[in-house]
Write a protein that binds this ligand. Structure first.
Ligand code: GLC
Length: 536
């Protein structure tokens, strides 16, 4: 039978997928010790199936000292004991697949943990050893080598990128000192990663999220950083494409896909990662960073689609993740855009306003062409948690000198049961990060029973998105509308309208409302910060 539009070939699932990001530590705690784990995820698979997502992306679940929440991997072939075992991961992958959910894992190729056997061996082996060649070790500058080999800025602002070891050499780490950067010019580094990919593809993993995907390749001379100099010494270097071409050859053997974490301002350079023999998809951080403003969002949508078109890759839509401010909080602030450098404690926030907008944004993103990512708790409309400073664990906070609240505010453990201690996350233990007071109304159990909840909105939208052939991958057409209204059609007769302006908007006559993010006004018009899906 020929695949119809309504039943896209299974191989193309990723072009339209709704992918749910699981930050394992905070999703669900199966063994009751206060830390989320694989047993917790397995127990909540029915919840995820009912939510209607196509795949799960797990942030790193490997053995790790957790200097950066698991993005410091000590062994790619074992699961951290806090999360479970390899056997459990295999069970989870197959149980998820039984309920129609694919598994995407997170690979962190730019660096390893300082506890990784390679780095430990490099430290012991000393200067000039082949073990050190797997990393970027250099003598320092200055009379006694007391100055770092270059002035590269850290990806965690405010902190140095080099650390000196007792024998006097320095090693490069774009993130924390516990995350030494690998030398991607070394064939062993490439060989090992391809082997790790195979290890997980053999276990049924359907995709890989590539952490810090544009940072791996370094100028071998490690020159000082010169603002605006092209090429950049460590961002988006041309040699990366060769690495990803060989990864693609591996994934093609298994029919698995990649999604790259590629933060690049230059859209044309960004699209180069999505050429047909490279990565399948990459996160759309341009859209995520935009303010809640119709013109800005529309420009971002247009630019995204224009840049993806020549390489034939589907767009992705992301409103938040484990690194950024939660959507309802961001949209409830004076500045509704996102920038790492702008995060501060105590920013005034109107959560009701942010929630209204986040509901509208949910219908917007789920209606746009391509794949969509949602981050655990987004379907519950969780706000960013304001954590007591002495409970913060994120290195970004410490490395900013305490100025940046860091990323733990979006990592608080999920509330499952309104009436249970710790909202049912871990009824008998202290959760690894505190949950804010007053989260009972956000708990999944009360939202599941409430037709007006964020959870119900997501469930309905995801269900419709699956059924409607026009949604997911495919063309979209803008409709004539005032500048403050985003209005477009998908497929045959489906429209999404989002009103960001203060004037209520008259819906087209004889349109059937399939889903709305909030109530229409008394005369049936679309009020501010509200979205609808229509059959027209
Ligand atoms: C990515 C991850 C982030 C981590 C960093 C270093 O940006 O999303 O959480 O801190 O890489 O691995």
């Amino acid at each position: 039978m020929e695949a119809s539009l309504k039943e896209p070939s299974d191989d193309d699932w990723w072009r339209s997928a709704a992918i749910y990001q699981i930050y394992v530590r905070s999703f669900a705690d199966g063994d009751g010790d206060g830390t989320g784990d694989l047993a917790g995820v397995r127990a909540r698979l029915p919840y995820l199936a009912e939510l209607g997502v196509d795949a799960l992306w797990f942030t790193p679940w490997y053995l790790s000292p957790f200097a950066d929440g698991g993005y410091d991997v000590a062994d790619y072939r074992s699961i951290d004991p806090a999360f479970g075992t390899l056997v459990e991961a295999e069970k989870l992958i197959s149980e998820a697949s039984e309920v129609g959910i694919r598994t995407i894992i997170d690979i962190v190729p730019n660096h390893v943990s300082d506890q990784h056997p390679w780095f430990r061996a490099a430290l012991t082996a000393g200067p000039g050893s082949p073990e050190r060649e797997l990393f970027h070790f250099r003598p320092g500058r200055g009379e006694h080598g007391e100055l770092p080999p270059n002035d590269w800025p850290s990806e965690f602002p405010g902190a140095p990128s080099w650390t000196r070891v007792p024998d006097g050499e320095w090693y490069l780490h774009l993130f924390t000192p516990e995350q030494p950067d690998l030398n991607w010019a070394h064939p062993e580094v490439r060989r090992e990663h391809e082997d790790v990919l195979r290890f997980w593809f053999e276990r049924g993993v359907a995709g890989v999220r590539i952490d810090s995907a544009a940072l791996l390749a370094k100028d071998p001379r490690l020159p000082d950083f010169v603002e605006g100099h092209d090429p950049h010494p460590f961002v988006d270097r041309d040699d990366l494409h060769d690495i990803y071409r060989s990864w693609r050859a591996v994934s093609d053997e298994y029919g698995a896909i990649f999604v790259g974490e590629v933060w690049l301002p230059d859209a044309e350079r960004f699209a180069r990662y999505l050429r047909p023999d490279e990565l399948h998809t990459a996160f759309n951080f341009d859209f995520l960073s935009r303010r809640w403003d119709a013109g800005e969002l529309r420009r971002s949508i247009d630019a995204t689609l224009t840049d993806h078109a020549p390489v034939g890759a589907p767009a992705t839509w992301v409103l938040c993740n484990h690194d950024v401010t939660r959507t309802v909080t961001r949209y409830g602030r004076g500045d509704t855009g996102f920038a790492f450098a702008a995060k501060r404690f105590g920013t005034p926030t109107d959560i009701a306003l942010g929630t209204r907008r986040a509901r509208a944004a949910a219908l917007l993103t789920l209606a746009l062409p391509g794949a969509v990512y949602l981050y655990q708790g987004e379907e519950l409309g969780l706000p960013e948690a304001e954590l007591p400073v002495d409970r913060i664990q994120d290195p970004m906070h410490f490395r900013s000198g305490g100025v940046d609240p860091g990323r733990d505010g979006c990592r608080a453990p999920l509330p499952w049961v309104a009436a249970a201690p710790n909202y049912g996350f871990c009824p008998r233990a202290e959760p690894w990060l505190p949950q804010p007071d007053g989260w009972a109304p956000y708990a999944a159990d009360v939202q599941a029973a409430d037709p007006g909840s964020m959870l119900t909105l997501y469930r309905r939208a995801l269900a419709l998105r699956r059924m409607e052939p026009g949604l997911g991958d495919g063309p979209m057409t803008w409709l004539d509308a005032p500048a403050a209204v985003l209005a477009f059609t998908r497929g045959d007769g489906l429209a999404c309208l989002v009103n960001l302006g203060d004037a209520a908007f008259e819906l087209p006559a004889s349109a059937e409302v399939l889903l709305e993010s909030g109530p229409l006004d008394d005369t049936g018009r679309l009020p501010q910060d509200t979205a609808v899906w229509l059959r027209i």
